[in-house]
Design a protein around this ligand. Structure first.
Ligand SMILES: Cc1cc2nc3c(=O)[nH]c(=O)nc-3n(C[C@H](O)[C@H](O)[C@H](O)COP(=O)(O)OP(=O)(O)OC[C@H]3O[C@@H](n4cnc5c(N)ncnc54)[C@H](O)[C@@H]3O)c2cc1C
Length: 419
C-alpha cells in the first residue's frame, strides 16, 4: 500500500521515519518548525536494536564517522568504587554496536540523508504545525511559516505523523486537557568537556545514586595531536530553589559554580569529575520530565511518534532509540496492512504498550536502581566480595527485556524492519 505522508517534526524520530517510508516507496514530506537545523543538544546513545534499523537504512558507516562505539557501561558509587562493568553492543556479542553520539550531529546527518534521498524540496524547514483536520479520504495539516509573514500553509496527504517532540502540538490537539509535562523533581545539568580519555576511552559510566548522579561518556575519538576527547556528561540532582516544572528547554545555559561545589569530592584515580565539570565550555539545565502514557496514539489518518507519543526520562538511553523503533514499526505496518486506519492501529498496538512500560520503568529509575541499591546497602563503601552480583544482573537483564534489546531476541533478527 503506497501512500503520501506528512511528517510534522524533523527530529531524530521524524527524519528516520521519512527515510524508512521513502525506502518503502511512499511519498513523504517533512515539515520542521525551525528555520535551520543547528547541532543542538549534547550526547545521546543509540542502542543495538535502534542501530539495526539504521543499518537497514545503510547508515552505520555514517554513524562510525560521527559517533563512538560504546564498549562498556560501568557503574560506580560516589566514592568512585566500580561495582559493575557491563559490555555493550558488539563488545557484548550483539550483532549491532551501541553508539554514543552528539544528538545534533546525528540529526544533521539524518537531514543530509533525507535531502540526498527524498530531495531537498521534501524537507521543509521553517513550518510549524498548528492544527489538523481529516475526512474519510485525506488529512489536512495547517502550518505557519516561521518568518515575518506568518503565512499559513495547508498540506493534504493520506497520513499525518505527529513527530513534534515533548511539547507536541498534535498531541495537544488530541488531548487538549493534558497540559504541561510532569516534572520529576530532578534537574539535569548537561555539558561536554575536552578531557584525556578515561578507562578504555569508549566506556560509559554512571556514578553515585539517584540523589546525586553523574552519567559520563565519550562522544568522539581522541584528537590525533592533543589526545583529548569530547566527553559528554549529565549531572542529575534533586531540584532545590529553582524548580522549573513547566518549562522544558533543552538549551537553557546556566553557571557552573554551584555544580563544582556539589561535585568537589568526586575526584577518582580513573576519572576527575570535578575537573571535567571545570573544563566544560558551557552548561545546560534541563528539568527532567515526562508525560503519562496515553490510551491511544492513532486517530483515523493521524498518529503520534517519538517523544510526542511517549516522552520519557532520559534514563537507560532510550529516547532516540525508541523513536527509531517507532519509525520501523510504522513503516512495517504500512507494508502489511491494506488501509491507513488499520496500519496506524497495528503500529499503535505494537508500540504503545512497549513504550508505556519503559516510561513507567524509567520512573522507577530503570537500570540505575542498582546505584541506589549499592548506596543504601554500603553507604561508606564496599569490599569486592560484598558486591551482590546476582541482584545487579537481574535488574540489568529485566531492563534490557523491557526496552526490547535482550541479546537472544535481537540477534535472531536481520537488518530489516521486521519486528
Ligand atoms: C533541541 C533539542 C536538543 C535535544 N538534546 C538532547 C540531548 O542532549 N540529550 C538527549 O537525550 N535528548 C535530547 N533531545 C531529545 C531527543 O532528541 C529525543 O528524546 C529523541 O531523539 C526523540 O526524538 P523526537 O524526534 O521524537 O523528538 P525531538 O528530537 O524533540 O524532535 C522534535 C522535532 O520537532 C520539531 N517541532 C516541534 N514542534 C513542532 C511543530 N509544531 N511543527 C513542526 N515541527 C515541530 C522540533 O523543532 C524538533 O526538531 C533534544 C531535543 C531537541 C529538540
Amino acid at each position: 500500500m503506497k501512500k503520501s505522508f506528512t511528517i510534522a517534526g524533523g527530529g531524530i524520530g521524524g527524519l528516520v521515519t521519512a527515510l524508512c517510508l521513502h525506502k518503502n516507496g511512499h511519498e513523504v514530506r517533512v515539515y520542521e518548525s525551525v528555520n535551520e537545523l543547528k547541532p543542538l543538544g549534547v550526547g545521546i546513545n543509540l542502542l543495538p536494536h535502534a542501530v539495526r534499523i539504521l543499518d537497514y537504512l545503510g547508515l552505520v558507516p555514517e554513524l562510525e564517522k560521527i559517533g563512538i562505539k560504546t564498549s562498556n557501561l560501568v557503574y560506580a558509587n560516589r566514592l568512585g568504587q566500580i561495582f559493575l562493568s557491563d559490555p555493550r553492543g558488539t563488545f557484548a556479542g550483539y550483532k549491532w554496536p551501541q553508539f554514543s553520539i552528539h544528538r545534533g550531529l546525528l540529526q544533521q546527518m539524518l537531514y543530509r540523508q533525507c535531502v540526498a534521498t527524498l530531495g531537498s524540496d521534501k524537507i521543509i524547514l521553517g513550518h510549524h504545525l498548528e492544527s489538523f483536520s481529516q475526512t474519510e479520504d485525506a488529512i489536512t495539516a495547517v502550518f505557519t511559516q516561521n518568518n515575518d509573514t506568518k503565512k499559513r500553509v495547508k498540506v493534504d496527504s493520506d497520513v499525518l505523523i505527529g513527530a513534534d517532540g515533548i511539547h507536541s502540538v498534535s498531541r495537544a490537539q488530541c488531548y487538549p486537557e493534558e497540559g504541561k509535562v510532569i516534572f520529576s523533581g530532578n534537574i539535569l545539568y548537561r555539558g561536554t568537556s575536552l578531557m584525556p580519555p578515561f578507562l578504555n576511552g569508549s566506556t560509559m559510566t554512571m556514578i553515585g545514586s539517584n540523589q546525586q548522579k553523574m552519567v559520563i561518556y565519550p562522544i568522539g575519538l581522541p584528537h590525533p595531536t592533543t589526545g583529548l576527547q569530547h566527553i559528554n556528561w549529565v549531572a542529575n540532582l534533586k531540584a532545590e530553589a529553582h524548580e522549573n516544572g513547566g518549562i522544558q528547554d533543552w538549551n537553557k545555559e546556566v553557571e557552573k559554580t554551584f555544580l563544582l561545589e556539589k561535585y568537589k569530592a568526586w575526584r577518582y584515580d580513573w576519572l576527575d569529575v570535578y575537573e571535567m565539570i571545570n573544563r566544560a565550555a558551557s552548561l545546560y539545565e534541563f528539568p527532567m520530565s515526562d508525560r503519562n502514557p496515553l490510551q491511544k496514539w492513532s486517530f483515523g489518518r493521524f498518529s503520534l511518534l517519538g517523544d510526542a507519543a511517549h516522552p520519557m526520562y532520559p534514563i537507560g538511553s532510550n529516547g532516540a532509540s525508541q523513536a527509531i523503533l517507532d519509525a520501523a514499526s510504522l513503516t512495517e505496518a504500512f507494508r502489511r496492512e491494506t488501509t491507513v486506519e488499520q496500519a496506524l492501529q497495528v503500529y499503535e498496538e505494537n508500540r504503545l504498550p512497549a513504550t508505556s512500560k519503559i516510561v513507567i520503568q524509567n520512573r522507577k529509575k530503570g537500570p540505575d536502581a542498582i546505584l541506589d541499591l549499592m548506596e543504601n546497602r554500603f553507604p561508606t563503601g564496599f569490599s569486592t566480595e560484598e558486591i551482590p552480583h546476582s541482584e545487579i544482573d537481574a535488574t540489568m537483564s529485566n531492563y534490557k527485556k523491557t526496552a526490547g534489546f535482550d541479546i537472544q531476541t535481537l540477534n535472531q533478527k536481520t537488518a530489516s524492519l521486521e519486528e
